[in-house]
Design a protein around this ligand. Structure first.
Ligand SMILES: NC(=O)c1ccc[n+]([C@@H]2O[C@H](COP(=O)([O-])OP(=O)(O)OC[C@H]3O[C@@H](n4cnc5c(N)ncnc54)[C@H](O)[C@@H]3O)[C@@H](O)[C@H]2O)c1
Length: 294
């Protein structure tokens, strides 16, 4: 028996990659697993694999942009397992890789809608169901190291992941009263198919797709694809998530080597405060300290 046994987790984008790894690791802890994914063929394979491993699983089609599909998923999850205790907002895509003037509004909207609005949709649909049973639970949002520090030539992706870190910080404070623990997962490169995200681009974001596909294919071939291929195995991420949730970690990291870079960033921010504090323009202003952060 673990603290997860018999409880139910919903994982968006759970058919493969990091989402599948987390779903599997939580299933191994005794959780009922609800996989939601836009790709029906990988979804069916994932469902079969978890079933074979003895994990109770329900696999449902889900485009995280579509609130109706979220509500249908929640209804079916509750009909099958009785209640929902955890949401893993994992579905995400890589979009708009390349120079800032080359990314189209479609590229940006796609990234914002899937990576950011998709997380909001998931939380707005599922969190009320977690609140409803009063036992508390978990909300895990999958951001990225790109959410902790801007990545050149990946403005759209960075913007959405910074947003996910911010939403998680905001919700952690808000949902503590309901005994819902919020965490945010920030991996660097993991060996998945994220560099092939185009396979999941919905029609609504394809108004000038020819230009985009060419640009992305070229940009991916020379950069992100190689980095993703050299990333850590996806299987490790699920195990690390269980370990971190057990320990009540809010920021969940998978690449300790990035600590050095983060330190530099925080030092730069701290130095900027020192500059502001010594500015003659700001002397003597009323600047009350606020401590509402996680
Ligand atoms: N792989 C990395 O290096 C890396 C690093 C940091 C963060 N991440 C984040 O991890 C998450 C998972 O990515 P991954 O690397 O496993 O990628 P992946 O492409 O291997 O898997 C993504 C999954 O999400 C699904 N999906 C895509 N669009 C969807 C939509 N609109 N609705 C529902 N499902 C959808 C896909 O079908 C797929 O199953 C993403 O949020 C990504 O930004 C990945």
């Amino acid at each position: 028996m673990s603290r997860y046994t018999g409880k139910t987790v919903v994982v968006s984008g759970g058919a493969e990659g990091i989402g599948f790894s987390i779903a599997r690791a939580l299933g191994q802890q005794g959780m009922n697993v609800v996989l939601g994914d836009i790709d029906r063929s990988t979804l069916a394979k994932a469902e079969a694999q978890l079933q074979q491993e003895g994990i109770a699983v329900l696999a449902l089609p889900l485009d995280v942009v579509d609130t109706k599909q979220w509500h249908a998923l929640a209804e079916q999850a509750i009909a099958r397992f009785g209640a929902i205790h955890m949401l893993v907002n994992n579905a995400g895509i890589g979009s708009g890789v390349g120079k800032l003037e080359d990314a189209s509004i479609d590229d940006w909207r796609w990234a914002i809608d899937v990576n950011m609005v998709g997380v909001l949709n998931g939380a707005q649909c599922i969190v009320p169901h977690i609140k409803a049973h009063g036992e508390g639970g978990w909300l895990l949002n999958v951001a990225s190291m790109a959410g902790m520090s801007g990545v050149p030539f990946a403005g759209a992706y960075t913007a959405t992941k910074v947003a996910v870190v911010g939403m998680s910080e905001a919700w952690a404070g808000e949902l503590a009263a309901d005994n819902i623990r919020v965490s945010v997962l920030c991996p660097a490169f993991v060996k998945t198919r994220i560099h092939l995200s185009e396979r999941n681009r919905q029609q609504a974001y394809k108004s000038n797709n020819n230009r985009f596909e060419n640009t992305t294919a070229a940009a991916n071939a020379s950069g992100p694809a190689q980095l993703v291929e050299a990333g850590i195995p996806a299987e490790l991420v699920g195990l690390r998530v269980v370990e971190a949730l057990d320990a009540g970690e809010f920021y969940i990291f998978t690449h300790p080597s990035h600590r050095k870079h983060m330190k530099k960033r925080f030092e730069a921010i701290d130095k900027a405060f020192v500059k502001a504090a010594s500015s003659p323009i700001l002397q003597g202003i009323d600047d009350p300290e606020i401590t509402n952060f996680v």
